[in-house]
Write a protein that binds this ligand. Structure first.
Ligand SMILES: [Zn+2]
Ligand SMILES: [Zn+2]
Length: 243
């Protein structure tokens, strides 16, 4: 998703601990800081020009930028990769993304077109964000994520390819505390689970959501909207699996 430039400065609020070793940096887009097997890992990087705020948030829980060893980019949209170049420079972290989004993240090609999801609110916001695309500094992707495999640095975190909202989008399933799903923009949690504001292919997004609904996880975290801290896969099943 794309938002007007200039909002970035106010986008991020104070970070909050969800469970031991997992923090949310909430905002117009949520980022996550996780203490995984291979070290501190940042999941998504916020809007352009937000890196300073992000570093401030991370420092507030005693983590220095250079402690971040890994940055997983769940997909190529501006609100998820906007801070990546600056945060990579500050941390020296290794960057990870799905093959299908690498060229976009590296600035070698433009964004794929998206369409708003049904509903007036989606139409208004979706139309706005496709018209105003802030400039994003390209980021080199060091490692391509392999769907169906574990993260190269954390064998208890699996990578799930969930195209639809964005062709190269991945979710992460962390095998702890009953399962922690980082759903990224597969859907949003806004008064219940809903399609993301825009999608490249909403039918494909629906199939990806069915795939996620067949997994077991207690906790679900989203790019947009509040995390669900218990019974999350039940809520996915009720929403996305045909009755
Ligand atoms: Zn997105
Ligand atoms: Zn997003």
């Amino acid at each position: 998703m794309r938002f007007p430039p200039g909002k970035s400065d106010v986008a991020q609020a104070t970070m909050r601990k969800l469970i031991d070793g997992l923090y949310i940096i909430p905002g117009l887009v949520n980022m996550y800081l996780a203490e995984m097997a291979g070290g501190w890992t940042l999941i998504d990087t916020g809007f352009p020009k937000s890196a300073g705020k992000t570093i401030e948030s991370i420092r507030s829980v005693g983590v220095a930028p250079e402690d971040i060893r890994h940055m997983v980019l769940t997909h190529c949209h501006v609100d998820h990769v906007g801070g990546a170049a600056a945060l990579k420079l500050a941390s020296g972290a290794t960057t990870y993304a799905h093959h299908d989004d690498v060229a976009i993240i590296q600035g070698e090609r433009g964004f794929r077109p998206v369409k708003p999801s049904p509903g007036l609110r989606n139409r208004i916001i979706g139309t706005l964000i496709t018209k105003i695309v802030p400039k994003v500094e390209p980021t080199h992707v060091d490692v391509i994520l392999e769907p169906g495999q574990a993260l190269p640095f954390a064998d208890d975190v699996s990578v799930i390819h969930i195209p639809g909202h964005c062709q190269g989008q991945v979710a992460l399933l962390w095998a702890r505390d009953g399962g922690v799903l980082i759903a990224a923009d597969a859907c949003v949690n806004r008064k219940g689970l809903q399609y993301a504001v825009v999608n490249e292919d909403i039918a494909e997004a629906g199939r990806s959501l069915e795939k996620l609904s067949k997994l077991d996880f207690e906790i679900a975290c989203f790019g947009h909207g509040d995390p669900i801290l218990s019974g999350a896969s039940g809520e996915f099943r009720r929403t996305w699996l045909p009755a």
